[in-house]
Design a protein around this ligand. Structure first.
Ligand code: PEP
Ligand code: MG
Length: 582
């Protein structure tokens, strides 16, 4: 009998193969007391385990094929960096000393403390970093507990073409298994914005998460079909179903190989309308990929990553050097630097002093531009460095989470003052540097015309705009069902922003996840969006849809959609469009 299980799709594509289940043994960590005389031995045990974990990760990094389109080693580097962090290297030693306990227990206590902090974060991306802490700590614990290396970490051919079913996978697991030639994976846990999910997309491995209780229904060697597009897993399908998916798999392969040809093609609709396709980037190392997919530049460079895994904020020089290296990698393509978007709730050590007590509604609290204006000593070095970098290549400044016009005026004034300072010191900068704002708060979208009069460009951050419009915390599982990019309120706010930009004659981009979701591309074109900033892995597919669309013919449907009363109704209307994809 065929069993069908539904999860959340994180990486598209179809795979058919035999199941290999990976069980991460529950680590049995217990406390035992040690004597003062054993203190040194216990801290040495911890040091050795960390050194060993480091070696394991370096070995994994050496397995990464150089041909992969993204810098996968950055993900492993994140774990390696954690192994250098005092939070994991020093703090457990303090706990060993204080409690006179074993290294495993000290490490477990520290892990619990860190995970609690991450759990309270409002930002989906940052909060899923808790998984990284878990993965790194478990690696060290396995070494301390002298557990055998996980089977999939022992190189051989047994994973080739297998469909991996696991409770959860680390980025390191994912890289290794791709190297061993797995066909796909599905996990019971993990978030769509976890490193593992991002990696699966970048590596092109069909993947599904949130397949709760999968291991109750699936056994080793079962035949599995993973449909990464719909998030469906079929176990032991009948012959007819298998044949259907085999055909579909071939079509998908043909489709993706045809996308490569679009790299140098312009993004232009059938009726001759040009669209700008930019890339969203997080780590400086990812900048090479921007060119690999033929993006016209970077529409969103999230700079929070400069503040992570460190104790003090980067100074102006470090900002400046980073931006210069990014400009160098981009070789003349424009770079939109989004200024710091952190909040009081996000305990990123590198943000320097914390901005007050932890809020009960952190997403509604002191974050992004609110925090930057409250702490100019955090903000000014970044702005000054961006200005200085603008003398060396095309740079734009983008301000996150603007809510009212006073905030915008304050930022513009700060930039003017910094320019005057640079003039006095005879330091070069681009005197015409463009300053734009992100439209992510409904108040700003409703008043987009006011912002459009003073700014050089706008960019719609749908991840936050949807969260705030629907009054849901974007990381809260229990209200995730309300996250709906097609809610009429969301579409009206998007349309109002695009219209305001047109009226003021300034460009309006979209850089939230919605811009990279192929099911929304034609609707966004119909609404008048002409600049998309998306994850590089999605860029060519979005280009294909644009190039296959007659935007003029979308007019009637767009009107119908804007008059619809619910997201569900709009979804049905959108099915009329059905872009031709895999
Ligand atoms: C957004 O909110 O859509 C956005 C692009 O910003 P971030 O996801 O970094 O909050
Ligand atoms: Mg945002």
């Amino acid at each position: 009998m065929t069993i069908s299980l539904q999860g959340v799709s994180v990486s598209r594509g179809i795979a058919i193969g035999q199941v290999h289940i990976i069980q991460h043994d529950q680590l049995d960590v217990r406390e035992y007391k040690i004597r003062n005389s054993q203190l040194e031995n216990e801290t040495t045990r911890l040091n050795d385990a960390i050194a060993n974990a480091r070696q394991q990760l370096r070995a994994i990094r050496d397995h990464i094929p150089t041909s992969t389109s993204v810098d996968i080693s950055a993900f492993i580097d994140t774990h390696l960096l954690m192994l250098e962090d005092n939070a994991l290297t020093e703090e457990p030693k303090r706990i060993i000393k204080e409690r006179l306990c074993n290294a495993e227990w000290a490490l477990k206590l520290q892990r619990d403390a860190l995970v609690n902090v991450f759990d309270e974060m409002a930002d989906a991306y940052l909060s899923t970093r808790r998984d990284d802490v878990d993965h790194v700590v478990n690696r060290i614990l396995r070494i301390l507990l002298k557990q055998k290396p996980l089977l999939h970490e022992v190189p051989d051919d047994h994973l080739k073409k297998k469909v991996i079913i696991a409770d959860d996978l680390t980025p390191a697991d994912t890289v290794l298994m791709q190297h061993y030639g797995i066909a796909a994976f599905a996990t019971e846990f993990g978030g769509p914005t976890s490193h593992t999910a991002i990696l699966a997309r970048s590596l092109g491995i069909p993947a599904i998460i949130g397949l709760h209780n999968a291991q109750r229904f699936i056994q080793n060697n079962d035949l599995a079909i993973i449909d990464g597009t719909s998030g469906t897993v079929l176990i032991n399908p009948d012959k007819k179903t298998q044949a259907f998916y085999e055909r579909k798999q071939k079509e998908v392969k043909r489709y993706y190989s045809s996308l490569g040809k679009l790299k140098n093609a312009p993004a232009e609709s059938i009726d001759g309308i040009s669209v700008e396709l930019m890339a969203n980037i997080e780590l400086p190392k990812d900048f090479e990929t921007v060119r690999n997919v033929g993006a016209k530049g970077v529409g969103l460079y999230r700079t929070e990553f400069l503040y992570m895994n460190r104790e003090t904020p980067p100074d102006e020089e470090e900002h400046f050097e980073t931006y210069l290296s990014v400009l160098k990698a981009l070789r003349g393509l424009p770079l939109t630097i989004r200024t710091l978007d952190l909040g009081a709730d996000k305990q990123v050590d590198g943000a320097g002093k914390q901005a007050g007590p932890v809020m009960s509604n952190p997403a509604l609290g002191l974050r992004a531009i609110r925090l930057c204006l409250k702490e100019p000593e955090l903000f000014s070095p970044q702005l000054r460095a961006i200005l200085r970098a603008s003398a060396f290549g095309p740079v734009r400044i983008m301000i996150p989470m603007l809510t009212n016009v006073q905030e915008m005026q304050q930022v513009l004034q700060m930039i003017d003052d910094l320019k005057a300072g640079l003039d006095a010191e005879e330091i070069d900068y681009d005197t015409d540097i463009e300053i734009g704002g992100m439209i992510e708060v409904p108040a700003a979208a409703v008043c987009a015309d006011i912002f459009a009069k003073k700014l050089d460009f706008l960019s719609i951050g749908t991840n936050d705009l949807i969260q705030y419009t629907m009054a849901i915390d974007r990381v809260n599982d229990e209200v995730n069902y309300l996250y709906d990019p097609l809610h009429p309120a969301v579409l009206r706010l998007i349309q109002a922003t695009i219209k305001a930009g047109k009226k003021a004659n300034i460009p309006v981009a979209m850089c939230g996840e919605m811009a990279g979701e192929i099911e929304h591309t034609q609707l966004l074109l119909g609404l008048g969006l002409r600049e998309f900033s998306v994850h590089p892995a999605n860029l060519l597919e979005i280009k294909k849809i644009i190039n296959d669309t007659d935007i003029g013919s979308l007019c009637d449907l767009t009107k119908k959609i804007l008059n619809a009363t619910s997201g569900a109704e709009i979804k049905v209307l959108l099915q009329e469009l059905q872009p031709e994809t895999a």
